[in-house]
Write a protein that binds this ligand. Sequence first.
Ligand SMILES: [Zn+2]
Length: 315
Amino acid sequence: MGKKSRSGSNRRLIVYLLVLLIAACVYYFIQSGPAADIPNPASTPEAPAETDDGGTAQGELTVYVIDVGQGDSILLLSPSGKTMLIDAGESSAFPAIDALLKELNIKRLDIAVATHPHSDHIGAMEKVIRNYEIGAFYMPPVEHTTKTFENMLTALDELSVPVKKAEVGSTEPVSWDDAVQILVLSPFDVEYDDLNDYSIMLNVRFKETAVMLTGDAEQTAEALALKELPNRYFKADVLKLGHHGSSTSTSDKFLAKVDPEIAVISVGAGNDYGHPHDETIEKLKSSGISVYRTDENGTVKIVLDGTNVKVLPDK
Ligand SMILES: [Zn+2]
């Protein structure tokens, strides 16, 4: 009897322990979940998600030619997620620039560039400087007398933004992302007659792909660069046309040396200057170059993966 009772209580104890074990297992499984502890790198800000439309994934150089009406503003994201803003349109352009930066969750610009001091390139720069942390600010060695220019300088000074002089052969080369080479092709240390010719001209290269960004450089600046620099500095898959597609920029020789497959023109609909000029459009089309323009396509996004180039216009 005593034996039987002991074996009965042992069985109850075993059943009790089994139930406890099963309960513990169920509890653990519910708490951890099948994949809850696996980090999703795509959801962290350091590694932006790759989207179906070829978005801002790691390992790509992404360029946004932002639709700011008549003017220029271009955002670049490097393969490791570094940011660079080249120009900031007229003062009315700030909402468009701000909206894109917010959409991409960008709070800091590692580099900001004012290609030259005209208002359609630096109009919203003061607001950009006051609203975003800037790692380094590049501008050409030329002054302008406008309030817009002075306000930009004041903001740079008040916020202690490091200002560097970008020109060919500068002792402060533009360094941004180890995987990306930035060649400064203009301006040179000379006196140009036209403020546009002081534009900082950059060839931004990622592996086998490149984009040429020219500000408002005219044919004078193009010619000097072509004369002084080796041909290999000019080749690019994408050319952001100088001076909004004006016929005073993009000489035949310059276009032949860049030899792009894709041209992008940053221009406002119905602008007072007739930009882009018909001669320029003809020249591009007869060379078989695909043309995108912000007045017709909205913001033009370009993704360079080191081998191929993909263009994703808003419309
Ligand atoms: Zn301009």
